[in-house]
Design a protein around this ligand. Structure first.
Ligand SMILES: *[C@@H]1O[C@H](CO)[C@@H](O)[C@H](O)[C@H]1NC(C)=O
Ligand SMILES: *[C@@H]1O[C@H](CO)[C@@H](O)[C@H](O)[C@H]1NC(C)=O
Ligand SMILES: *[C@@H]1O[C@H](CO)[C@@H](O)[C@H](O)[C@H]1NC(C)=O
Ligand SMILES: *[C@@H]1O[C@H](CO)[C@@H](O)[C@H](O)[C@H]1NC(C)=O
Ligand SMILES: *[C@@H]1O[C@H](CO)[C@@H](O)[C@H](O)[C@H]1NC(C)=O
Ligand SMILES: *[C@@H]1O[C@H](CO)[C@@H](O)[C@H](O)[C@H]1NC(C)=O
Ligand SMILES: *[C@@H]1O[C@H](CO)[C@@H](O)[C@H](O)[C@H]1NC(C)=O
Ligand SMILES: *[C@@H]1O[C@H](CO)[C@@H](O)[C@H](O)[C@H]1NC(C)=O
Ligand SMILES: *[C@@H]1O[C@H](CO)[C@@H](O)[C@H](O)[C@H]1NC(C)=O
Ligand SMILES: *[C@@H]1O[C@H](CO)[C@@H](O)[C@H](O)[C@H]1NC(C)=O
Ligand SMILES: *[C@@H]1O[C@H](CO)[C@@H](O)[C@H](O)[C@H]1NC(C)=O
Ligand SMILES: *[C@@H]1O[C@H](CO)[C@@H](O)[C@H](O)[C@H]1NC(C)=O
Length: 633
């Protein structure tokens, strides 16, 4: 298994750093991107014999990812402490397992919000470690640890997990699993001390359970499925429950069976990339590697996509956001402000409803994953969210049309020796159309994915300089049509930006200087059309970082990282703005605006008038209809 080989690439990279492979090619003695495997804490920190003041006197640094707060109701939550564990030598071992039952001490069993809280501390020296949290095989959180300091760090991740409601309140014992592959020895000293709690917020007033059906369809992530099936590896096992995709021909799949009264299905896909593909967006094209006789550099160019197939047919694709883990590029950039998505990796939804006609037969079917151009290793699994027709034992359906054109891909190269430019672009269209007849009527669902990618990579200074400018456009549209009703639709437009300028300078005395500027952009706009009106929310999340470091023997000897981030979320019931910057571990500037203003939101549609008290420009019927799409906010 790939996992058992995991430490080897690290060792390999270390050797690589110390002994340039080719004296003719003075390309980056280190692919600059691979700096996540550097130590930033001096090796001389020696807790037993230190002559400095005890490290215990310094308060731990608090790391965090900038994100909007979770809109919780005013009710007092029931806290359910699920796990307390110290992750020391857990690498390649089974996940930490325990029995989970829903909290029995809550006065109410009717919750409008459920929040997962991960709290951790660590001290010493340690890499950024990927980890996952699963309940009954369903992934609830994919995340990466913060890299500790000798003086200690602490961080907290809060995630709205209300979407997993049916699983979390299921009245039976389920297995709760947490896997984090950590290694502790005399070099890597950091042990992660972790507490996982779940907060159940009782509803302010009794929830209406009558919202199921057609109106529920466009709710997107706000809607809660009746049943969630894990598309992950089965316990017992070693490592995480995720599948490991090792190369471009590797395909991993899971068999599953759905109840025969499903009327909607959505596949939520979790993805993370590691080792040779941790920085896939900066991987060199193979023709460059071959022409320059380079060995040991991760190749296959900078384009990757996760392809999802159902019984062998492509049903959707994920072109992932470029999450940079807490040790990535220059570890000093992510202290204390962590990279976008690093503490709560985004998951991606694929509408499966048009295909229900093919899988409502009570038989076993297969969902599988491949990764175009993959190098070792991608961790992928998924959750199949299913909505059941409570008024019938059998729904029926048929796939009417399914179109998945081959990936349109182009690479334009212009290089001489180690210097040159590469423009990689790609496009993909996937669409499916099918009807499902249930007690809610005969509803035809159309799912459409429109994906665009461009990556301009520039190599200079005989390979010591690398500039990457990448954009991904990721548009999903789902529409639901029912005879004699208005069509309802949900459109999600995502735009992911990655820019990096990375310069490496050999100082000639065993040290090197690395300069890296990085931009990460995660923009998303969701628009719901519900016949008579629309609702939308907008996220603009932009991070800029500048890092300088002097490296010797894999050790960051000195350096400084500065990060600026602007975060804006404008949506139903919540507006949040934060403008923050940090340098050398300190926050320089932090402005938070946690309020919506009427004037600025008028363009968001009258569906929001409920929240912002301007005269509704539509009929009250339309407003009522729209309000049904927001459960409990
Ligand atoms: C810790 O300090 C002691 C005494 O100063 C020294 O012998 C030992 O090698 C040091 N350990 C490390 C890992 O630096
Ligand atoms: C949970 O199940 C047990 C036995 O299966 C039953 O006694 C109990 O009432 C159930 N609790 C709830 C809240 O439904
Ligand atoms: C790809 O990975 C699979 C799974 O580990 C392996 O069986 C196969 O040999 C690999 N293919 C190539 C071309 O390396
Ligand atoms: C690559 O290796 C081949 C064969 O060993 C040699 O002819 C060629 O000059 C080398 N190219 C470079 C750029 O080193
Ligand atoms: C459902 O609607 C589709 C599209 O209008 C139609 O082709 C199909 O026959 C209908 N199914 C049933 C069972 O009425
Ligand atoms: C992304 O979308 C924008 C706006 O529609 C367009 O200008 C840009 O060319 C697209 N980029 C790619 C790579 O598809
Ligand atoms: C990246 O490329 C886009 C066009 O795709 C361009 O608008 C933008 O200015 C470039 N960014 C940088 C920092 O060069
Ligand atoms: C290495 O060289 C650089 C640049 O000349 C210099 O600034 C640095 O102090 C030197 N470091 C060591 C350890 O000699
Ligand atoms: C990197 O960022 C620094 C600090 O903002 C700036 O001075 C420098 O010009 C940037 N370099 C590039 C190539 O963008
Ligand atoms: C969000 O709302 C603010 C006002 O609170 C406005 O200034 C800003 O332009 C809006 N941002 C977006 C991306 O819509
Ligand atoms: C964020 O703060 C910086 C520094 O004060 C400022 O230059 C920038 O304009 C601010 N951005 C926004 C969107 O307010
Ligand atoms: C960063 O902060 C440390 C103290 O925390 C200080 O010793 C160091 O000089 C600072 N570095 C820079 C470049 O300002």
């Amino acid at each position: 298994m790939a996992a058992s080989l995991f430490p080897l690439p690290f060792l390999f990279l270390f050797v690589f750093l110390l002994h340039p492979l080719s004296s003719t090619a003075n390309i980056h003695k280190t692919n600059n991107l691979l700096k996540s495997h550097l130590f930033t804490e001096p090796t001389s920190i020696n807790t037993t014999h230190t002559t400095h003041k005890p490290l215990n006197d310094t308060p731990p640094t608090v790391f965090f990812e900038v994100t909007k707060p979770i809109n919780v109701p005013k009710t007092k939550p029931c806290k359910h402490l699920v796990l307390q564990h110290d992750f020391a030598s857990t690498y390649g071992k089974p996940p930490v397992l325990l029995n989970y039952t829903p909290p029995s001490h809550c006065p109410s069993q009717d919750f409008s919000k459920i929040v997962l809280e991960w709290k951790a501390t660590c001290k010493g020296r340690q890499f950024d470690r990927i980890f996952g949290v699963w309940l009954g095989g369903v992934e609830l959180l994919r995340s990466c640890t913060a890299e500790p300091r000798a003086t200690g760090i602490a961080w907290t991740v809060r995630k709205d997990i209300t979407r997993y409601y049916s699983l979390l309140v299921k009245n039976e014992t389920q297995e709760f699993a947490v896997y984090m592959g950590n290694i502790v020895d005399t070099t890597y000293t950091g042990i992660y001390h972790v507490t996982v709690s779940i907060y159940f917020y009782p509803a302010e007033k009794k929830l209406r359970h009558s919202d199921h059906g057609f109106n529920n369809l466009v709710s997107g992530r706000d809607s809660k499925a009746d049943l969630i099936l894990p598309i992950s590896r089965n316990l017992p096992l070693n490592d995480g429950l995720w599948f490991e995709i090792q190369n471009s021909t590797d395909s991993e799949a899971k068999e599953f069976k759905i109840p025969q009264n499903v009327y909607r299905a959505v596949l939520e896909v979790y993805v993370s990339f590691h080792e040779n593909d941790e920085f896939w967006y900066g991987n060199y094209p193979n023709e460059y590697i071959i022409a320059n006789n380079l060995t040991g550099y991760p190749g296959n160019g900078p384009f990757r996509e996760v392809v999802i197939n159902l019984d062998g047919e492509i049903v959707g694709a994920v072109w992932p956001f470029t999450v940079v883990f807490t040790g990535g590029i220059n570890p000093l950039l992510w202290r204390p402000i962590s990279g976008i998505g690093s503490f709560d990796l985004p998951s991606y939804d694929i509408e499966i409803t048009p295909f229900l006609g093919n899988i409502l037969d009570g038989k076993t079917h297969k969902l599988g994953f491949t990764v175009t151009n993959a190098l070792n290793v991608w961790y992928i699994d998924a959750n199949l969210h299913l909505w059941l027709d409570h008024r019938s034992t059998n729904t029926e359906g048929k796939l009417l049309k399914h179109e998945s054109k081959p990936l349109a891909f182009a690479l334009v190269s212009n290089f001489k020796g180690l210097n040159g430019k590469f423009l990689t672009s790609a496009r993909r269209l996937i669409s499916s159309n099918g009807w499902v007849k249930s007690s809610h009527g005969n509803i035809t669902t159309h799912f459409n994915q429109h994906l665009g990618y461009s990556n301009l990579m520039e190599m200079g200074k005989d390979g010591d300089l690398q500039i990457v400018n990448q954009t991904i456009n990721f548009t999903d549209t789902v529409s639901f049509r029912k005879p004699s009703s208005n069509t309802k639709s949900f459109k999600s437009l995502k735009n992911f930006k990655f820019y990096m300028y990375s310069d490496y300078m050999d100082q000639g005395n065993g040290t090197s200087l690395s300069v890296a500027n990085v931009t990460l952009g995660f923009n998303e706009k969701n628009v719901k059309h519900a016949g008579l009106g629309f609702v939308s929310n907008i996220l603009r999340n932009l991070q800029n970082g500048q890092g300088v470091m002097v490296v010797k023997n894999n050790l960051v000897q000195s350096g400084e990282g500065s990060t600026q981030q602007e975060y804006t979320y404008n949506g139903s019931g919540l507006c949040y703005f934060r403008n923050i910057s940090s340098s050398n571990y300190s926050i320089l500037y932090d402005k938070v605006v946690n309020a919506c203003s009427d004037r600025d939101y008028s363009h968001l549609g009258f569906g929001l008038s409920r929240y912002f008290h301007f005269p509704a420009s539509g009929s009250s019927l339309a407003s009522e209809l729209l309000n049904k799409y927001h459960d409990g906010v």
